[in-house]
Design a protein around this ligand. Structure first.
Ligand SMILES: C[S@@+](CC[C@H](N)C(=O)[O-])C[C@H]1O[C@@H](n2cnc3c(N)ncnc32)[C@H](O)[C@@H]1O
Length: 483
């Protein structure tokens, strides 16, 4: 910083002053009028503008403007010769008398970092002026988390707007104006960047056809017997968002309907298709939960069940999937919903039920239940399936997301169920060598359950990214088939 003892005050003609290229030249009308009123009372501008040798102003755009307009002398203090990097620091630190905008805070942070020669990853305690740097950052810039978020936003905004610099700049202005929050903007920019990468990397049509695994990228309502053959079991979980769009798919994405009646109407053609491709002694398992909209439960499972009955499906079992760590809610006038239903539908009373499923479980089968990664084994599932209640740990998408990133694209799918759910359904209603279908396969958790207990799998989804992620999840089994 420049030594203040060099400062000398004098009054000069405001038109002689050149603003620093770092100085914010926007005029805030409200503040300007307050300043004008102040000048009227005292008959002069009291606070000086700081200038470098050469009369470059590093502070006081409003004062300069006012003195020019009113044609009165401008008080200045000369802070001597400064290097360009000092000039930027001075501009920003003089502005600290007012709350800084996000962009200014970030610029200040970067300027301080450069000034103290701090590079990312370098330990500040080992740098000569690292302590001073830390103290200044803590004092003037504050929360580091916001800075790193803002850094991500500025570095990626142009890419997120497909190279449109004007749009990116407009968006950054909105953040400064606080019409968009930093957290919200970071989320948006991150999602956009992922979309753009995915669009480049993931083929428009993704498909896998092997004897054991088929992944079909299409609208499941249009699935035909020619594509799937007759299947032994269908295990699935449609989305039920009611106005909340969770997927990247457009209008074909069933489950985003605004209300429960249109939701059940939309479900009808899916389960007509299921009827046509399920063997007469096969099983259909549907996992479905409810949601609260406008303060009221929508009763989606109940409406859905009645719709299925009207189509001729029989209800063999109704199981409660009890979640150990349910999503907390912000409403305190009801219990936190910690369960979904698993409906077991059949086409006739004469269906395949594998009473021996418990004995069929290989020790190495993966489940989520109460085991560390090295000690998985499915016997624990037996303990959890009691009296129509299956209790599971939370499902996690972290592993599949990481694998997809290793394959060069982003998996944005979040709504998976834990593997225990399809595992139970598959074991109870099929035998090894049978074929299991998921008509809303997402990232194919159903597929992973099926193949690890020796069933064939067909997964169908309308979203190419999810089929690509399914391909990654089932890579090992697909490669075994194609080698
Ligand atoms: C709740 S998710 C299924 C998640 C899956 N069980 C898992 O664990 O990964 C619902 C899926 O239905 C898919 N979907 C929505 N409309 C569809 C349609 N018309 N045809 C096929 N899939 C569709 C969505 O893309 C989404 O992946």
């Amino acid at each position: 910083m420049v030594n203040n003892t060099l400062c000398t005050r004098q009054y000069i003609d405001a038109t002689l002053i050149k603003p620093s290229k770092y100085l914010n030249t926007d005029i805030d009308e409200e503040y300007y009028q307050i300043l004008r009123e102040n000048v009227r009372q005292h008959n002069k501008v009291l606070e000086p503008v700081y200038v470098t040798n050469g009369l470059v102003a590093v502070s006081g755009m409003h004062r300069i403007h006012l003195c020019k307009e009113l044609n009165i002398p401008l008080p200045i203090e000369n802070i001597g010769e400064v290097s360009p990097e000092q000039e930027e620091l001075l501009v920003l630190s003089h502005d600290l008398k007012r709350p800084l905008k996000h962009s200014e805070r970030y610029r200040l942070y970067e300027a301080i970092r450069r000034h103290h020669n701090i590079t990312p990853g370098k330990r500040t305690d080992l740098v000569a002026n690292g302590k001073e740097y830390k103290a200044i950052v803590d004092k003037v810039v504050g929360n580091d988390k916001y800075i790193s978020r803002y850094k991500f936003i500025t570095e990626n905004a142009v890419a997120a707007f497909n190279g449109d610099e004007a749009k990116a700049a407009k968006y950054l202005k909105e953040i400064d104006a606080e019409t968009v929050s930093v957290c919200g903007a970071e989320k948006y920019i991150r999602a956009q960047v992922k979309k753009i990468v995915n669009k480049k990397v993931i083929p428009e049509k993704v498909e896998v056809i092997t004897d054991w695994v088929k992944l079909l990228h299409k609208d499941s309502r249009l699935l035909t017997i020619e594509e799937t053959g007759l299947v032994d079991a269908i295990v699935t979980s449609p989305h039920y968002g009611f106005g909340r769009i969770d997927y990247d798919n457009d209008e074909e994405n069933v489950g985003c309907e605004k209300d429960v009646v249109s939701f059940t109407d939309a479900m009808n053609p899916f389960f007509k298709t299921c009827w046509n491709i399920l063997k007469d002694d096969g099983s259909l398992w549907v996992v479905i939960g409810d949601c609260v909209r406008d303060g009221q439960y929508q009763n989606a499972p109940e409406h859905f069940l009645l719709m299925m009955l009207s189509m001729g499906w029989l209800v063999n079992d109704k199981i409660i999937w009890n979640k150990i760590a349910p999503q907390p809610t912000s409403e305190f006038n009801r219990t936190i919903c910690s369960y979904e239903y698993i409906y077991h539908f059949t086409k006739s009373r004469d269906f395949v039920y594998n009473r021996n499923w418990i004995n069929e479980i290989p020790d190495e089968t993966i489940t989520t239940l109460g085991h560390t990664e090295t000690t998985y084994h499915l016997r624990s599932l037996v303990d959890k399936v009691k009296n129509s209640i299956i209790t599971t740990n939370k499902s996690s998408t972290a592993a599949i997301k990481k694998k997809c990133e290793d394959h060069g694209f982003y998996c944005t799918h979040n709504a998976t169920y834990p593997i225990d759910i399809p595992l139970y359904c598959i074991l109870a209603s099929t035998v090894p060598g049978d074929t299991v279908l998921d008509i809303c396969t997402g990232t194919s958790v159903t597929g992973e359950a099926a193949v690890q207990v020796g069933r064939k799998f067909i997964g169908c989804d309308i979203n190419n990214q999810y089929i690509q992620a399914s391909k990654v999840r089932l890579e090992k089994y697909i490669n075994e088939q194609t080698d």
